[in-house]
Write a protein of this length. Sequence first.
Length: 94
Amino acid sequence: MVTIENVRIPDEVAEVELDVLVREVVALARSHMDVRGATVRVPVNDPVTLRGNKSMLGMMLLNLILNAADATRGRGRVDIYLRHTDDSVVMNST
């Protein structure tokens, strides 16, 4: 178990479909008051699978989206792009 800000998170490492997780987190983030006025898009990405902690990756993605929406003051657009290279996964937000 990993503890972050008094929240216990399982430290399980498994195969994670990152493209699916991104879409799930975006759907959750859209209901957050700091994101409601912003447009959050995930252009079509190829399937991306990696080994990692799904809970931690989800928290990281949510934080990325909230910070990006905050930077636009809730009135801009946030695009999240994924791409798979030979030995890594690259995620960009614009």
